[in-house]
Design a binder for this molecule. Sequence first.
Ligand code: NAP
Length: 472
Amino acid sequence: MHDYDRTTLFIDGQWVPGTGGAPIDVIDPATEQRVGVVPSGTAADVDAAVDAARRAFDPLISLAERRERLDRAIAAMEKRLPDIAETITREMGAPIRISQTVQTQVPLAVARGFAAALTDFEFEERIGNSLVVREPYGVVAAITPWNYPLYQLVAKVVPAIAAGCTVVLKPSNEAPLSVFEFVEALAESGLPPGVVNLVTGPGGVVGERMAEHPDVDFVSFTGSTGVGSRVGELAGKSIKKVALELGGKSANVILEGGDLKTAIKVGVGNAFLNGGQTCMAWTRMLVPQSRYGEALDLIAEAASKYTVGDPWDPGTRIGPSASASQYHSVLGFIERAQRDGARLLVGGSEKVRDVGYFIKPTVFADVDPDSELGQEEVFGPVLAVIPFSDTDDALRIANGTPYGLSGAVWAADDQTAIAFARQVQTGQLDINGGPYNPVAPFGGYKKSGIGRELGRIGFEEYLQTKSLQLKS
Ligand code: NAP
């Protein structure tokens, strides 16, 4: 049984009423009906949570204690995954098949990746006459978005626990219910009071207090570039460590000689995964002019297979946009792209259903790389196809946005693709269809962010470094 009427925050190991006013409604984007509420927390609630996290923080925590907390937390989370999958579909509209796989199994793989990192990690090393030791960073503030509600938190909370840090969480108000189930699981796993604390509420109040709080050591934010900039500013003022995982406009570059058919099939799937609400989505497809006509036919055919509809139907591949504001924002991009002269190949802005925030999977051809659609993150099922004349042109276009989060390169052989990939300013690239790796460091170049998440390198972000100079 799910509890979607949440009236309490989790602070210092207790479920306690917040000090805020009217609770925040959570809306099912498929039905536009209210499914539940969460408390609207305040700066005072953040202060209580940070205080609890500070008291729970022990810089000398043993490795055995971290290991035990981590293993129990992962086991408890794993048990709750079927429930959490249902809740994610209810609160943000991901098709149930996506909720049961990408939305929940990827976080599990990511969590196990951190467990492996802890097992193998060398916490001390000699550098010359110094003993260099790695210590838990301290109190972590984790602020997350709605698109992959569980994954976003696991990528921060699990390495924090593994490192011996304590955490205050603030999920997005669009999809907070699955986070309550995750925190319940952590609480049941026997984590000591104050190790993990949950405060929901408006980003401008709760999030800002977390970012500026003098007793927070590290703020790890995932969300839009605009809000990330504000979080960075607040964290900078109080000289705390900040990690920012922000937006993207990643390029899927199909070079001459690349396997066009596979690149298009995989690329369309990547662009439309989770209704295009994926920061690392390959939302620009770069195709050689010489194969452009053939490519457009294949793209239209691939896109036509993406059925949009009821997220509870196992055959649905694209559910609704996650919220009314997201829906209107995406439709605005589609309408402006048409006005900017892009050619509508598939989809468009017509209504799909009378109720629910459904948008047709949409592909534009002949997109000007410098137009809004060629530059800005849409965060919906909208793919921009851009032709290029030669490899230099492809590289210029691939690097020609303010972002640099992800991408792909397809070429006749891996060596050619890797040589091209080395010149792309982005944090991650798939080479000729190389599969997702849950322990590969993930993060942005340029305005896509600062810092890396996942695996050993993501784990190290949660550690401080101390050098002890020895006589010999
Ligand atoms: P968002 O509006 O930036 O919100 C992200 C989080 O920040 C939410 O919890 C939000 O709370 C909070 N927030 C809002 N204003 C704040 C402020 N002034 N100070 C501190 N916190 C504040 O992003 P979103 O719409 O939820 O998510 C979509 C964006 O996230 C996209 O741009 C996407 O690319 C990016 N994203 C990046 C990654 C990555 O790993 N690079 C992954 C996923 C998503 P409220 O709910 O109260 O607004």
